[in-house]
Ligand binder design. Structure first.
Ligand code: NAD
Length: 286
């Protein structure tokens, strides 16, 4: 396929590279002038959009996605598929689907989990919203960039799944960090606490797979001085999105709100650039 890739940052660059490595004809565009192995450098957005079978965007936020998609729909070929892989608010995701539909284009919202490691290894998970015909067309590309693509439903459903999942993750990581902190204060050995909780009803991804206590459980960012991994400010971005969505949908998400406030304070107090599991380090030093 001829593919235009817009936004060649930490995630977009390795994703575009994997598509090119698989034999697709990829043209990239990023105003930062990034160059990516195997990917032709488009001199302008239009160059990376016109004549393409598929256009993929991987951008920082909803405002930028709305603006860039507003420009894409003006020049994309009729019938082209636009896939937005950025993490954005559900309202922006739905708005860009509407733009694409009005221009006679197929579109998907397809945020990812798996981080930069997953983007490089081609093992991302895609959560996908939009028409089933669009999903069928995009599936081959998801299979190259990732190991799993879950079709979640109509426009915006991919973003909805992403922020619900990450709200669970933010809350559960804080819960696990507080439990280790309490264990410390009670004189309970961290290894014993892990051995019990990781095989009991406290078991969850945040303790079993991504344990925030250094030297305990499988290797995680805690074992690397809390270098991300998944940075605290990105978790804060996702918790802000889930709270905005909860407010606009009228859902009660009190713990989601509290987790947002905790990450907000953590990021402001020096947590920016640290892994989101460093909440345990902060509690230990308070
Ligand atoms: P990044 O900041 O590294 O990359 C974003 C890129 O977009 C930059 O290179 C920037 O120059 C480019 N850009 C900005 N405005 C543009 C425009 N108008 N036109 C074209 N390009 C433009 O961010 P990232 O870490 O690659 O994340 C991208 C998205 O993926 C975000 O929505 C993020 O929430 C999501 N995400 C990131 C991770 C992660 O671990 N980094 C994990 C899952 C999801």
């Amino acid at each position: 396929m001829r593919i235009g890739f817009i936004g060649l940052g930490n995630m977009g660059a390795p994703m575009a590279k994997n598509l090119a490595k698989a034999g697709h004809d990829v043209t990239g565009f990023d105003p930062a002038g990034v160059s990516v192995d195997g990917v032709a450098a488009g001199g302008s957005l239009n160059e990376a959009v016109r004549g393409m079978d598929a256009i993929i965007t991987m951008l920082p936020n909803g405002e930028i996605v709305r603006a860039v998609h507003g420009d894409i729909v003006k020049v994309a070929d009729k019938g082209a598929l636009i896939i937005d892989c950025s993490t954005v608010d559900v309202d922006s995701a739905r708005a860009v689907h509407t733009l694409a539909e009005a221009a006679g284009l197929l579109s998907l919202d397809a945020p990812v989990s798996g981080g930069t490691g997953g983007a490089e290894a081609g093992t991302l998970t895609f959560m996908v919203g939009g028409g089933e015909d669009a999903f069928a067309k995009g599936k081959a590309l998801f299979d190259i960039m990732g190991q799993k693509a879950v079709y979640c439903g109509a426009a915006g459903a991919g973003q909805a799944a992403k922020i619900c999942n990450n709200m669970i993750l933010g809350i559960s990581m804080i819960g696990v960090c507080e439990a280790f902190h309490l264990a410390d204060k009670l004189g309970l050995d961290r290894q014993a606490m892990f051995d019990v909780a990781s095989t009991s009803s406290g078991s969850c991804w945040s303790i079993n797979t991504y344990c925030p206590a250094p030297g305990i459980g499988p290797k995680s960012p805690a074992d690397n001085d809390y270098k991300p991994g998944f940075a605290a400010e990105l978790m804060l971005k996702d918790l802000n999105l889930s709270q905005e969505a909860a407010e606009s949908a009228g859902a009660t998400t009190e713990l989601g709100g509290h987790a947002r406030d905790i990450y907000d304070a953590f990021v402001a107090a020096g947590g920016k650039g640290r892994d989101f599991s460093a909440i345990l380090d902060k509690l230990s030093k308070d």
